[in-house]
Design a protein around this ligand. Structure first.
Ligand code: GLU
Length: 505
């Protein structure tokens, strides 16, 4: 028996998935899992003119990266397939015909040129053209033509579309699980095309037919679909099918709190809007992605979950399992949610700190390899331990640790001015000798060697140590100096001191 709880994410492959789309998928997934139901991925590709190659793969890769797994869909699993609408196109016509038979739809033969002319004439009078219960009485359709005329036109192969017949003078009322009761007068609705002259259904028809055939119990989608919901409710009524529960999610607002977050905002304001990097083959534009910018999927998902939903407690850090446990539509807000890029970084920093040294070292190793630096994971772990607390991203490790891997080529002039005095070179030469003959090469031992020297010669601790750091690092920064010295090894250490002495005259 199939579970009565079935939710779907139904993207159109018209481009990459915006983070708002990922949030829609996530909320569907969370509710499906919470209610022990199924999560389905359906690809809505009936609009051939908007098809973008690579978009479907992008969508799937994004969901996989986020850990949003689907139970049924184009992965070959599930008994309600095919799950790609272009592969189901044969079945929609029959449903359009059923609506005509039941008096809920009609043939419309008006050419697009004719409709355009009417549109322009009305625009000139500051009016808007809508194909609706009023205007359809004057137009070229099976409601105004005789049965015989219609049959002749069909036989002659004249182009037509099938439109939904919005009932006159009614009010459509339905419950939205987030917004409560929604009521819309049919006079405000237009007779949407259900079936196009190219033999393909429109989104509205295919979406309702498939949600019905796939036994979808809840439709969770973006607020931009709310205006379509009354038509969808009427379509269910027209077919005599039970409608699923609807929930329309709030929009995601720009960080300033006003206006919808758009695909170009991110790169303008310095944060990604897409889960993965996307190169637009048509416009040539490229958009950054959370993955490539170095975010962990856990951080991205945790941030998205809280963008519109709140747990009702102070808790902010949620694993996917905890989200499933805590999620409910009752705690999704109606009003837009402001996106906060700084908070997203905070989440990343949190998750970075929870990773094991080994895991981080493996990621850091990949970055070092790009710089042609080869180092074993074990050894790299020592560096990771020292810089991990200072980083938001693994890519930050480098700026906090480059001196572990390369000796200074130059010295920060401000630090030189402050730390390198006339007699410094002499102290450094002494230290170099002591290090050269040191029987052990361990951070604490070397520290004691240097401290001993300072004490015996009654020198300033800071004066000598800061100069030594400048010699080793090239700057006044970095973690425990003797950990750096131990890591780079004797030879490199002695060379660095030599180079400083000869350069900083
Ligand atoms: N194909 C629609 C989209 O691209 C699906 C809307 C819905 O979930 O009904 O968003």
């Amino acid at each position: 028996m199939t579970s009565p709880i079935r939710l779907r994410f139904a993207p159109s492959p018209t481009g990459p998935l915006h983070m708002g789309g990922v949030r829609t998928a996530l909320y569907n997934y969370l509710l499906a899992k919470k209610l022990n139901g199924k999560f389905i991925l359906r690809i809505e590709d009936t609009d051939q003119t908007r098809f973008v190659s690579g978009a479907e793969e992008y969508i799937k890769e994004s969901l996989a990266w986020c850990g949003i797994e689907f139970d049924e869909g184009t992965n070959g699993k599930g008994e309600f397939g095919p799950y790609r609408q272009s592969e189901r196109k044969e079945l929609y016509r029959n449903y359009a015909d059923q609506l005509i038979e039941r008096g809920w739809a009609y043939y419309a033969f008006d050419s697009s040129e004719k409709l355009n002319t009417i549109r322009l004439e009305l625009e000139a009078k500051n009016e808007v053209f809508i194909y609706n219960a009023e205007s359809r009485k004057q137009l070229d359709n099976s409601l105004t033509l005789s049965l015989q005329e219609v049959e002749e036109k069909l036989k002659a192969g004249e182009a037509y579309v099938i439109r939904f017949k919005i009932p006159e003078g009614e009010e459509v009322i339905f419950t939205d699980l987030i917004r409560g009761e929604v009521s819309v007068k049919t006079a405000t609705l237009d007779d949407k095309v259900l079936f196009k002259s190219d033999g393909m259904p429109t989104y509205h028809l295919a979406n309702i037919v498939d949600d019905h055939l796939m036994q979808i119990s809840h439709v969770i989608r973006g607020e931009e679909w709310l205006p379509s919901a009354p038509l969808h409710v009427l379509l269910y009524r027209a077919f005599d099918w039970e409608a699923p529960a609807f929930a329309h999610l709030p929009i995601i607002l720009k960080p300033i709190g006003k206006g919808k977050l758009s695909k170009r905002d991110g790169d303008k304001m310095g944060f990604p809007v897409f889960p993965l990097k996307w190169n637009d083959s048509i416009s040539g534009e490229s958009f950054s992605g959370y993955r490539e910018e170095g975010y962990f999927p856990e951080a991205f998902v945790n941030m998205l979950a809280l963008l519109g939903w709140n747990p009702g407690t102070e808790k902010e850090i949620f694993s996917m399992d905890e989200l499933i446990e805590a999620f409910s539509l009752e705690r999704v807000g109606k009003s837009g949610s402001k996106f906060d890029p700084e908070k997203t970084k905070w989440f990343n920093q949190h998750y970075l700190r929870t990773k094991s040294t080994k895991e981080l070292a493996a990621l850091f190793q990949l970055q070092l390899q790009e710089k042609n630096i080869q180092i074993e994971i074990e050894k790299l772990g020592e560096v990771v331990e020292l810089v991990k607390e200072r980083a938001v991203f693994v890519k930050d490790f480098w700026e906090h640790s480059y001196f572990f891997f390369q000796s200074p080529q130059e010295f920060n002039p401000q630090v030189v001015k402050k730390r390198w005095k006339e007699n410094t070179a002499g102290f450094m030469a002494d230290l170099k000798e002591l290090f050269a003959t040191s029987p052990k090469w361990e951070s604490e031992y070397l520290h004691d060697v240097a401290a001993d020297y300072i004490q015996k010669n009654e020198l300033g601790f800071g004066m000598v140590m800061n100069a030594l750091r400048l010699a080793i690092v090239g700057d006044g920064i970095g973690p425990d100096l003797f950990k750096i010295i131990a890591f780079i090894g004797k030879e490199d250490c002695l060379n660095r001191i030599d180079f400083a002495i000869s350069t900083l005259k």
